[in-house]
Design a protein around this ligand. Structure first.
Ligand code: KG4
Ligand code: ZN
Length: 342
């Protein structure tokens, strides 16, 4: 059975074809970075308009790469939230139209729950061959969310903690902006920090309190701004030599907090399986630190390949297939839901 997945919750239009629930035959992602980088952040109206232009070509390309036609598809899954409602509605309504025209079951999928399942995706090249065991802790770190979930099966989880203010990715993007790097900034900070001693410029870790599983990232962005002001670093001084130690120090502080809270979550729930997902889960320092710590402490750490950590439709199709097996099908009256728990 083939599942078609559609993702349009934010600024990427994506479509994937999955075989037997977990094997990715194709996953096409059309990025909108070219539009939003001009404004230093996502402009929702422009995101919706680009989704309208891209949804048909992206679906056609995904079917082509999978070597199948729309009549071979057995079910269609689409993101129903959380995210930008105007963007979600484009993918969701397209999915409804296809489901209606081809008499296919429709499954509306929670984008964040889908991120938590990304470690189960398998490629033909064998990526994702070993999968986590339930129950596991999932750290979902993206531009809009920083959440720790206790995941008990493909469709059940408990929210353990989330950010009280900025998401981790938002902090990376805002600090990147302060340092004169483009949008999205996470990748630029990651690249710039490589091989740079993170101890040269140190920032306080926003821990809140020991064992607490909530996050707060807005203070660390202010700390970077304060550092620039205190050291009289103006826009014209932002050369690579000047900003690299700041970027590396910020990244280290953010990563330390994420790592610590993952460990506390595993301790609190007596589980030794950890999954990370979301755009910030592409961060090389986060992956390196968790990987080293997992070897030292003996827990099992799963980081999906970056293409399945950032926004993609393969994870939507995967969770949609699982939900359908559990009898969770949506009606054509399904609406977009901007909030996490709805
Ligand atoms: O999950 P995602 O693709 O989109 C959503 O927000 O749902 O995440 C995008 C976020 C952006 O804030 C981006 O700066 C961040 O992920 N990001 C990174 C890296 N790659 C992407 N942050 C740190 N290091 C990276 N390598
Ligand atoms: Zn996401």
């Amino acid at each position: 059975m083939l599942t078609l997945g559609i993702e349009s919750s934010c600024d990427d239009t994506s479509c994937a074809v999955l075989k037997d629930k977990d094997e990715v035959l194709s996953c096409v992602v059309s990025s909108q970075d070219d539009i939003h980088s001009l404004y230093g952040g996502i402009v929702p109206e422009l995101a919706s308009r680009r989704h309208i232009e891209m949804v048909v070509p992206v679906v056609e390309e995904a079917l082509k790469r999978a070597g199948v036609g729309i009549t071979d598809i057995g079910a269609i899954a689409a993101t129903r939230g959380p995210g930008l409602v105007g963007s979600i509605l484009i993918g969701l309504n397209f999915a409804k139209a296809v489901a209606y025209a081809h008499k296919l079951p429709l499954i509306g999928v929670n984008h964040l729950e889908a991120h938590a399942q990304a470690a189960f995706l398998k490629d033909k090249d064998g990526a994702g061959a070993t999968t986590p065991e339930f129950p596991f802790i999932a750290l979902i770190v993206s531009g809009g969310h920083t959440s720790l979930l206790y995941v008990t099966d493909h469709t059940s989880y408990e929210l353990l903690g989330q950010s009280r203010d900025d998401a981790a990715g938002e902090a990376f993007d805002k600090v990147a902006k302060l340092l004169g790097l483009g949008y999205p900034g996470g990748v630029a900070i990651d690249r710039l920090s490589k091989g740079v001693d993170p101890g040269l410029v140190e920032f306080k870790r926003p821990i809140i309190s020991k064992g607490n599983l909530e996050f707060s990232f807005s203070g660390i962005k202010t700390a970077v701004l304060t550092y620039l002001k205190k050291n009289n670093i103006e826009k014209e001084d932002l050369s690579e030599d000047v900003i690299a130690p700041i970027a590396s120090g910020f990244q280290e502080a953010a990563v330390d907090v994420l790592v610590k809270k993952c460990v506390w979550a595993m301790e609190a729930k007596y589980t030794d399986n950890l999954v990370i997902s979301g755009g910030v889960a592409c961060n090389s320092r986060l992956r390196e630190k968790l990987s080293l710590l997992s070897e030292k402490e003996g827990f099992k750490f799963f980081a999906p390949p970056p293409r399945y950590c950032s926004d993609n439709a393969a994870m939507i199709a995967f969770l949609g297939g699982q939900m359908l097996s559990a009898g969770d099908e949506s009606g054509l009256d399904l609406n977009a839901t901007p909030d996490f728990l709805s």
